[in-house]
Design a protein around this ligand. Structure first.
Ligand SMILES: Cc1cc2nc3c(=O)[nH]c(=O)nc-3n(C[C@H](O)[C@H](O)[C@H](O)COP(=O)(O)OP(=O)(O)OC[C@H]3O[C@@H](n4cnc5c(N)ncnc54)[C@H](O)[C@@H]3O)c2cc1C
Length: 431
């Protein structure tokens, strides 16, 4: 590390943190020192865990990208540590080296801070989840569900899939990413995987001889439309599709009170009967960020559309921990990382304002596995006030989903711009 250079500290090394560190290096070259801290030394490729589960593969074998090697190639220092505290006045971060219990608390000074620590996925707030719940958001739970489905745990009973209530803070109020648009409030943090699992499980029930799609009930806390960020027309099309398969749809559900052997019990007492309960929880802000002066009413980090905190312009946030990231999807974190790279370059006089000051215009971009080699492809910005909505269903989106992961691993997460353009072209123009 060269002492005379500004020090950029990036907290979190999954999609938003890795991409932010890489984009800063891309746009400012060797003008800064960069340190990235994460408690694990791999990137977890969350979006493909559901497909591994459904196709009977242990996700731990396929969905980890080693961070140390990826960062070294860009001269980014890696620290495996757990972030304990951020002092925005002193510009310091306290962390514990995380390899062995008992380590001393260390302090890092920053000139720029990028907070990309995701969120606390609050399964611990759902009574009965440990005994009766399943999910796909990490390797442990993914492998547990894989074993349950493919090794004789599941006995062919009803299935419930849905989300606990999300409690969004006020940190994105007043932001208009498109003319007349907004960052809307949502009652669920991330419902794309729910749509994906609904169709993938429907297909699996049939191919495995375990039953028919009528066994499935998908539920949402949203008043009308699940995953409304995917665009109203797209979602209505999807709902007609699953209704045609006999899948039950329940909207406007109260929060989950508890999971039991019999099903999902909601506040107010109603129960959806289910042997298998697949749940995504509330996305809660990390405790060490929640009370910072840069956090919103629920502990998510406040930024403007250039991803800077208004009171501390040296602090950026990207990905799920940023208040402006709604829904909580990795694709938006990537768009934000690009902006952060350009903003740091602007500050260092390495990019002109016109090129650097391109505010966030979020786009929901999602490819969901539907089983039997098919997938849906969604690209939409109407929820935020834009005008575009695309939905394609077929075999090409499935291949794109798999190839995107391969390209991501091959390039250490640096998907070239043309890679995304080709994916969009292939999905939207070829068929
Ligand atoms: C099943 C499922 C499927 C999904 N599919 C898609 C999809 O198809 N497309 C899409 O765009 N999005 C998808 N998402 C959402 C996507 O996974 C998240 O939006 C994305 O992972 C957020 O990235 P992030 O880097 O902001 O946060 P995270 O991925 O949560 O990463 C945060 C990082 O910070 C580290 N960290 C946290 N706390 C600390 C601490 N105290 N100290 C040190 N390190 C810490 C963590 O170890 C982690 O590496 C899916 C989500 C789920 C659950």
């Amino acid at each position: 590390m060269t002492p005379s250079k500004p020090h950029v500290v990036v907290l979190g090394g999954n999609f938003a943190g890795l991409a932010s560190a890489q984009k800063i290096r891309e746009y400012v070259g060797s003008s800064v020192n960069i340190t990235l801290i994460d408690r694990k030394d791999y990137l977890l490729f969350v979006p493909n865990i559901p497909t591994d589960v459904m196709e009977n593969r242990d996700p731990a074998k396929h969905q980890r990208l080693q961070l140390r090697a990826a960062l070294k190639s860009d001269d980014i220092e890696f620290v495996q540590g757990i972030v304990k505290q951020v002092d925005v006045a002193q510009r310091t971060v306290d962390f514990l080296p995380f390899e062995r219990p008992g380590a001393e608390c260390e302090v890092l000074h920053y000139d720029y801070l990028v907070i990309a620590m995701g969120a606390h996925l609050a399964y611990d707030k759902i009574p009965g989840f440990a005994e009766h719940g399943h999910t796909v958001s990490d390797l442990f739970h993914g492998e547990r569900l894989r074993q349950y489905l493919h090794e004789g745990g599941y006995h062919g009973g009803p299935i419930a899939i849905g989300s606990a209530h999300f409690h969004q803070g006020d940190g994105a109020e007043g932001l208009a990413p498109y003319p007349g648009g907004s960052i809307p409030y949502a009652h669920a943090a991330c419902e794309g995987p729910i749509m994906e699992l609904t169709t993938a499980l429907a297909s699996w029930l049939v191919t495995s001889g375990k039953g028919t799609p009528e066994k499935i009930t998908v539920f949402t806390p949203e008043e009308e439309l699940i995953a409304a960020d995917a665009g109203e027309n797209n979602v209505r099309h999807f709902l007609r599709l699953i209704a045609g398969m006999g899948i039950h749809y329940r909207k406007n559900m109260p929060d989950i009170a508890r999971l039991t052997a019999a099903g999902v019990e909601f506040d107010g007492g109603e129960t959806i009967e289910a042997e298998l309960k697949i749940i995504l929880p509330d996305w809660v802000a990390h405790e060490c960020l929640r009370d910072l002066p840069i956090a919103d009413s629920k502990g998510f980090i406040k930024t403007n559309l250039l991803m800077r905190n208004p009171d501390h312009p040296e602090i950026f946030a990207a990905g799920d921990c940023a208040a402006v990231t709604m829904p909580k999807i990795g694709g938006i974190g990537h768009q934000e990382a690009e902006i952060i790279g350009r903003q740091v370059a602007l500050d260092l006089g390495l990019m002109d304002p016109e090129e650097a000051n391109q505010p966030l215009q979020p786009v929901t971009f999602c490819i969901g596995d539907m089983g039997e080699g098919k997938a849906f492809y969604v690209r939409a910005n109407t929820w935020f006030g834009g005008k575009e909505e695309v939905l394609k269903i077929g075999r090409i989106p499935y291949r794109l989903k798999m190839r995107y992961r391969d390209l991501f691993f091959l390039t250490n997460g640096k998907i070239p711009g043309f890679g995304l353009d080709i994916a969009q072209f292939a999905a939207e123009k070829i068929f």
